[in-house]
Write a protein that binds this ligand. Structure first.
Ligand code: PLP
Length: 455
């Protein structure tokens, strides 16, 4: 009874005082919110004591489960020393140690770590570093000021990150604020923009990218990409070799490669970073979501010694990178991020995942035969299930049908929390999720899809 009245009161306050992200609040105000109070491993528990599987890793951030003893302890230990001090003119042990540890696991050739707070700011930093780099390198190439990005790209919600994004729905209203960029077709094989089929296409979608780089490299500072998986677009997976070709093109036309590993980083694809699958080293790499194991907001932009060195000079040359945030290098965040990397080592997370990955692939297979499942895309623990009105013609459900949302609501009733991307159902379990829990997640997904699409 007490839990009920407390939940009712919290729900009332939520509707009165909160404004939720990516949420139509008019609709929200009519619903009863699930109010998560605690968690353990891959489970979330609400204020009424109801238990749910965390099917999207609390929005793609959690890796080793909730309340991991080592991560909890890292924060408690750091709290005994200090919660925050600045990196502007000072340093702190967790920020130093984490930078070293990150360089230890990053693709070879990345040697420097610049901290910020979230995925969007890590992307903003990469864009600004790229533009300033070209002005200061020898010989200077200050005319290189614009960026190439893929269609359907998502790099965050701040204005710069939005400028290199292509999510119509999120950014149309802000077109006046966005700086001009160059968009290229994404490798969306299920709905190929060129109407071709892989592998017979031989990745013809790269030809227009090469053309634009060839013609306009004088004005292009960098090409930004979500390596291997365009996550927010609906888990669109690039064919093998695509990233390698992009790296080659960037080398050929002297354009910096910016890898946005915010979603794909930290084991999500089965390797530490998506770039590792193809042995690619980007010139700049943005990381955030999994960096602290899903505990605290923290981000970083990694870069090469070559780029770093272009910012060195006498004080009055003003080659300084004038960028930073109030919480840059926050010791609490860095301490838990350091512990996150320790867990990868101590629990051999990536090795242990391998068996589970195969199992997940096997578990998903029966869903691909359902009448309204167009395609299932999987890279490691990133899964997108594209629902279609008609399998033969691949006709999408009208977005107003909210079929993804309806499936998510069904899944919630059955104890699985997921958040769809339009008509694409997303399953992104914490890396710690075991085969029996994966089995449960997929079976709930299966039932929920059937209930909504074949009822
Ligand atoms: C989530 C995401 C971002 C933005 O990160 P925030 O922490 O939400 O600002 C940027 N890029 C990619 C690929 C993402 O998935």
């Amino acid at each position: 009874m007490k839990a009920h009245s407390r939940t009712t009161r919290l729900a009332e306050w939520d509707r009165t005082y909160l404004w939720h992200p990516f949420t139509q609040m008019q609709e929200w105000e009519r619903e009863d919110p699930v109010i998560i109070e605690r968690g353990r491993g891959p489970y979330l528990i609400d204020t009424l004591g109801r238990k749910y599987l965390d099917g999207v890793s609390s929005l793609w951030v959690n890796l080793h489960g909730h309340r991991h003893p080592r991560l909890d302890r890292a924060i408690r230990n750091q709290l005994r020393k200090i919660a925050h001090s600045t990196l502007l003119g000072l340093s702190n042990p967790p920020a130093i140690q984490l930078a070293r540890a990150l360089i230890g696991v990053a693709p070879p050739g990345l040697t420097r770590v610049f901290y910020s707070d979230d995925g969007s700011t890590a992307v903003e930093v990469a864009l600004k570093m790229a533009v300033q780099y070209w002005q200061q390198r020898i010989p200077p190439a200050g005319h290189k000021q614009t960026f190439v990005h893929l269609g359907l790209a998502y790099h965050g919600d701040t204005v710069g990150a939005m400028s290199v994004g292509s999510m119509e729905l999120f950014q149309k209203r802000f077109d006046g604020l966005r700086f001009p960029t160059i968009a290229a077709d994404p490798p969306y094989c299920y709905r190929c923009p060129l109407g071709l089929t892989y592998p017979a296409c031989r990745m013809a979608c790269l030809d227009p990218i090469e053309r634009v780089l060839k013609e306009r490299h004088q004005e292009i500072a960098g090409l930004i990409i979500e390596p291997l998986v365009q996550a927010a677009a609906g888990m669109i997976t690039a064919p093998p070799g695509y990233l390698t070709r992009i790296r080659e093109l960037c080398n050929k036309y002297q354009v910096l490669l910016i890898a946005d590993e915010v979603a794909t980083g930290f084991g999500r694809t089965g390797r530490m970073f998506a770039c590792d699958h193809e042995g690619v080293t980007p010139d700049l790499m943005a990381i955030s979501k999994g960096l602290t194991g899903g505990y605290l907001p923290l981000a970083a932009t990694l870069t090469t010694e070559e780029i770093y060195r272009a910012f060195l000079g006498d004080h009055a040359e003003w080659k300084t990178f004038f960028h930073g945030h109030s919480y840059t290098g926050n010791p609490l965040g860095c301490a838990v991020a350091l512990a996150n990397l320790e867990v990868f080592r101590k629990e051999r997370t990536l090795t242990r995942m391998r068996g589970c990955l195969k199992a997940l692939n096997r578990l998903l297979r029966p869903l691909s035969t359902l009448a309204h499942v167009g395609e299932i895309r999987q890279r490691g623990y990133m899964v997108g299930l594209e629902l279609v009105k008609d399998r033969g013609s691949r006709e999408p459900y009208p977005i107003t049908d909210r079929v993804g949302h309806r499936v998510a609501m069904e899944a919630r009733q059955r104890g699985l929390l997921i958040r769809p991307l339009g008509n694409v159902l997303v399953l992104m379990p914490p890396l710690v999720t075991k085969v029996n829990e994966l089995t449960r997640m997929v079976s709930i997904l299966h039932e929920s899809v059937l209930t909504v699409t074949e009822a």
